[in-house]
Design a protein around this ligand. Structure first.
Ligand code: NAD
Length: 297
């Protein structure tokens, strides 16, 4: 029997945990502030920003959003980052992706104060994560494993027995999702296989994904994973969030990277899109912001 892993429920529980952490922070006389910076008008980034704003409001986290036009220069965006670095009421800074091509991500991320870099994209934080001593766990990979851990606990499976020596295949190897997911899989003792676009282009993707006990997909390609890629009993975690316009209604809906109706019968457990990893990621970011505020005081 396949189990659908309800990310919204996991997010709700995590939100209560964060609320409790915030109560403790306030009891010690401190507040928590989050700032988001968006450059340009990307549809997904704007939707993400609205969700974060709502969540921050619900948790009474001080929230500030900076919107800059797509043509804003790199220097000007960096100036906003430096201003936020210097502001003691801001504890976490999120630079919403994608950034325009003239604002190269690595250069901008390295300007962040590492102690406010709650997505762990500054080289120092990425390095700490690679060494197994992270300052912050990047929100999406952390959510992937949080959902898995919760499922293991609830179904009475021992985490160590499940992860140690298991094969985790990660499709997509971006700096913010794929690579840190590999690091967290290694940290749990799994055998980790990384596939990117070239595994698909060379026609070998299924060879690797079929070996997965856990298949994490973060490629940004709707329905990339179909029945030919999934072996019986695999656990499927779909990170992809792809806006697709319905040709009949003209409405935009969100789909994942896994063709879930085609593979669910094969899986032991799977996350849906929407309602899987996404909601947990949002709350995890708040958790990191609270951790940053705690560390700053
Ligand atoms: P990205 O574009 O930075 O990286 C995509 C990666 O996938 C690259 O390594 C690329 O080589 C690989 N890839 C592309 N096409 C492929 C193919 N056909 N086969 C195998 N690999 C392929 O994207 P990202 O920021 O990592 O995001 C990936 C997806 O996850 C997007 O849909 C994004 O919206 C979504 N996302 C979701 C969350 C969440 O919380 N659920 C968070 C971040 C990103």
């Amino acid at each position: 029997r396949s189990e659908l892993l309800d990310g919204r429920l996991v997010a709700k529980e995590l939100k209560e945990e964060v609320r409790h952490e915030l109560d403790e922070l306030r009891a010690s006389g401190h507040e928590c502030g989050l700032a988001t910076v968006m450059v340009g008008d990307d549809y997904s980034a704007a939707a993400y920003e609205r969700r974060l704003r709502r969540l921050a409001d619900a948790l009474e986290i001080r929230y500030r959003h900076y919107w800059l036009a797509a043509e804003t220069s790199h220097d000007e965006v960096a100036r906003v980052v430096h201003q936020l670095n210097a502001d003691p009421s801001v504890h976490g800074i999120l630079l919403l992706r994608p950034l325009p091509v003239h604002v190269p991500e690595p250069q901008l991320f390295s300007q962040l104060d590492p102690c406010k870099d709650i997505e762990a994209l500054h080289p120092e934080n990425a390095g700490l994560l690679a060494l197994g001593t992270p300052r912050f766990l990047p929100s999406t990979p952390a959510s992937v494993f949080h959902i898995l851990d919760r499922w293991l606990d609830e179904s009475g499976q021992d985490r160590d027995r499940f992860y140690k020596g298991a094969t985790i295949v990660v499709v997509g190897r971006s700096n913010n999702v794929g690579k840190p997911t590999l690091a967290l899989g290694h940290a749990r003792g799994a055998v980790v296989i990384s596939c990117d676009e070239w595994a698909s282009r060379s026609g070998h993707l299924a060879e690797f994904t079929l070996r997965a006990d856990v298949l994490v997909v973060a490629a940004g390609v709707p329905d990339l994973i179909s029945a030919e890629h999934v072996s019986d009993g695999a656990v499927l975690i779909d990170v992809g969030i792809n806006p697709v316009t319905d040709s009949n209604t003209g409405r935009v809906r969100l789909v994942g990277d896994i063709d879930l109706p085609a593979v669910l019968h094969l899986a032991r457990a799977a996350t849906p899109v929407p309602g899987g990893v996404g909601p947990v990621t949002d709350v995890w970011l708040m958790k990191n912001c609270v951790a940053a505020a705690r560390q700053a005081n």
